[in-house]
Ligand binder design. Structure first.
Ligand SMILES: CC(C)(COP(=O)(O)OP(=O)(O)OC[C@H]1O[C@@H](n2cnc3c(N)ncnc32)[C@H](O)[C@@H]1O)[C@@H](O)C(=O)NCCC(=O)NCCS
Ligand SMILES: Nc1ncnc2c1ncn2[C@@H]1O[C@H](COP(=O)(O)OP(=O)(O)OP(=O)(O)O)[C@@H](O)[C@H]1O
Length: 283
């Protein structure tokens, strides 16, 4: 039988290390990385790392909650409550700066879904279970107007909530296939660069929309597609300077890159554990 606390602890550690891998990937267009803060004035690399680390308990609690209750309104609302406490912890640590709000949402749902399957599911199945949880309405969501809501309303696109409710189509269709295709043919770092680009090329990212409007979004998509087509990662530094000049930051793509890395880590960990005969499914 699976040791639930150990599995929840393992998931939480993998979620945090995925966030750290995301921010550490350098260079990235418009985003915080080891070399610069991209288009952000209030974020630093060290703040991003510290913020990721202080979210470990949030992911642990989400996994533990999901062992008690499968996809249901009760679980959705429990996860919402844990997520809001996680956001408070993050905002206390960063003194009010949004470092990982989108990541708490996407990686939190994936954590809960992975826990429900007890490590016995592939990446797609985890996405669909995460989607089922996200489809329940959380009656306790505060009614604040967010940048994402404004962009969704103004441009009629899907934001972070619908992306999850549809079982993360951009991960299933673009970033996961890209990471799986490139991971064995180039270095892990290069594979992650192409994975991020595959998301920027396709995602209607509300972070980009609220900063640069539809023109900024189209520009970002076009730039990402060009680098993928040319296979020339040397262009990334130039792309970063162009994004900074236009104040564009693909925060949603960064979150989904971390989520894609996380899904692969979960798969690898559970395959290794199965090979060692360490655990069986709970559900
Ligand atoms: C659904 C969430 C992400 C809010 O989305 P909304 O678009 O309203 O908010 P906001 O603009 O502040 O943040 C969205 C973040 O998602 C990421 N993102 C942007 N676009 C996308 C996209 N197309 N797909 C995925 N992620 C995206 C970015 O990092 C962005 O910063 C979630 O935080 C939420 O439900 N908040 C309510 C408070 C709550 O209950 N929190 C706990 C949830 S676990
Ligand atoms: N490396 C990264 N650099 C910057 N943002 C990132 C990074 N990784 C993930 N993000 C995501 O980007 C979001 C922050 O983007 P942004 O600062 O544009 O959001 P905002 O707080 O909604 O708006 P603004 O700061 O423009 O008022 C976070 O929710 C976070 O999850």
């Amino acid at each position: 039988m699976i040791d639930k606390q150990y599995f929840a602890e393992t998931l939480a550690k993998m979620a945090v290390s995925s966030l750290i891998e995301e921010v550490s990937l350098t260079p990235k267009p418009g985003l915080v990385d080891e070399k610069d803060e991209g288009a952000h004035q209030d974020l630093t690399f060290h703040m991003m790392i510290g913020s990721a680390q202080c979210l470990k308990n949030t992911f642990y609690e989400m996994a533990m909650a999901a062992f008690v209750e499968g996809p249901s309104q009760t679980l959705r609302e429990k996860i919402g409550e844990i997520g809001r406490r996680g956001e408070n912890t993050m905002f206390q640590y960063t003194d009010g700066v949004n470092t990982h709000k989108g990541a708490i949402w996407s990686l939190g749902l994936i954590t809960a879904a992975a826990a429900i399957h007890g490590g016995m599911a592939d990446e797609e199945t985890i996405c669909f279970t995460a989607g089922r949880i996200a489809q329940y309405e959380d009656r306790f969501i505060p009614h604040n107007i967010t940048n994402g809501m404004k962009a969704i309303h103004e441009y009629g696109i899907n934001g972070a909530k619908v992306e999850a409710q549809l079982a993360f189509p951009h991960i299933r269709k673009y970033s996961l296939p890209m990471l799986k295709a490139t991971i064995h043919t180039m270095s892990y770092e290069q594979a992650k660069h192409f994975t991020l680009l595959s998301l920027i090329a396709q995602l209607d990212d509300t972070c980009i929309l609220h900063r640069g409007g539809i023109e900024g979004l189209n520009y970002a998509k076009k730039q990402a597609k060009q680098i993928i087509a040319s296979s020339n990662l040397h262009e990334l530094e130039h792309m970063n300077q162009n994004f900074i000049a236009r104040n564009l930051s693909p925060g949603g793509s960064a979150d989904l890159l971390a989520a894609t890395i996380y899904l692969l880590k979960i798969k690898k960990w559970s395959t290794n554990s199965l090979l060692k005969g360490q655990f069986q499914a709970t559900h």
